[in-house]
Design a protein around this ligand. Structure first.
Ligand code: AP5
Length: 240
């Protein structure tokens, strides 16, 4: 009887639990690759502010026109623009029980505003996972990245090449390189990360739940490490 009550309690807790997951790491750390996988596993939306901004640029919206030159220089788009975009996205019903942020927050003001939003929406403390990767590996990953222009699948000519060069294995879409993956722009993106985003690790160490993974490991090993962290989090406070 008591066991049944406990099970019912655990099940209710599981249903009620909400998960705000943040992948933190420099350009090329593998945030997008892993967010895609974990999103499928958990059934939670993958929210990439980089993808949202690129989509706005492609569609030529007001936001896209504003963001395009900033992204082209490898700098960060102003906080108020990104925050407005994120708040709008979080209103959609698929975000009710949780989401995975990839590339957001990226500044202390963004993190503080996100804390407010999470509190208002009944989420607990965000679970933040920092991807640790050596600078050499990051450069190789960014230089070798090709992305499907149709479905968005990401490849790497050094470590994860498509079966046919320039063509997506999944849908036959043309593979393209990001314009901000040019070496001179990548340098600016790394500099922006060091100056504006890296301080978030200390912020979340003090205010949230910060975990780290070896992002330099093979893709499947990183996914396994992330799943272990998620299972531990579920065990300790019923997040999942
Ligand atoms: P964004 O799109 O977020 O780019 P980023 O943070 O620089 O990250 P990347 O997409 O380069 O890397 P990733 O960690 O996702 O790695 P990936 O999985 O692709 O931002 C772009 C721009 O938008 C910014 O510069 C800024 O202007 C603006 N912006 C976005 N968000 C903003 C915000 N919040 N505030 C202000 N401005 C914002 O992997 C990289 C490559 O490595 C791929 O080829 C992949 O196949 C390969 N790979 C991945 N994992 C592995 C592995 N384990 N082993 C081997 N290869 C791997």
């Amino acid at each position: 009887m008591a066991a049944a009550a406990n099970n019912a309690d655990a099940s209710a807790k599981k249903k009620a639990a909400k998960l705000a997951l943040i992948f933190l790491g420099p350009p090329g750390a593998g945030k997008g690759t892993q967010a895609e996988r974990i999103s499928r596993e958990l059934g939670l939306p993958h929210l990439s502010t980089g993808d949202m901004l690129r989509d706005a640029v492609t569609r030529g919206t007001e936001l896209g026109l504003l963001a395009k030159p900033i992204m082209g220089r490898g700098e960060l788009v102003p906080d108020e623009i990104v925050l407005g975009m994120v708040e709008e996205r979080l209103k959609r019903p698929d975000c009710t029980s949780g989401f995975i942020f990839d590339g957001f927050p990226r500044t202390i003001p963004q993190a503080k505003k996100l804390d407010e939003i999470l509190q208002r929406r009944g989420f607990g403390t965000a679970l933040v996972i920092e991807f640790m990767v050596s600078p050499e590996t990051l450069l190789r990953r960014v230089a070798g990245r090709w992305t499907c222009s149709v479905g968005g699948e990401t490849y790497n000519i050094y470590d994860r090449a498509p079966k046919v060069a320039g063509i997506c294995d999944n849908d036959g879409g043309k593979l393209v390189q990001r314009s901000d993956d040019r070496p001179e722009i990548v340098k600016e993106r790394f500099a922006a990360y060091q100056a504006q985003t890296l301080p978030l690790a200390d912020y979340y160490r003090a205010h949230g739940t910060l975990k780290t993974v070896d992002g330099g490991a093979a893709v499947n090993d990183v996914t396994r490490a992330l799943n272990e962290i998620l299972q531990q989090a579920a065990g300790s406070d019923g997040h999942l």
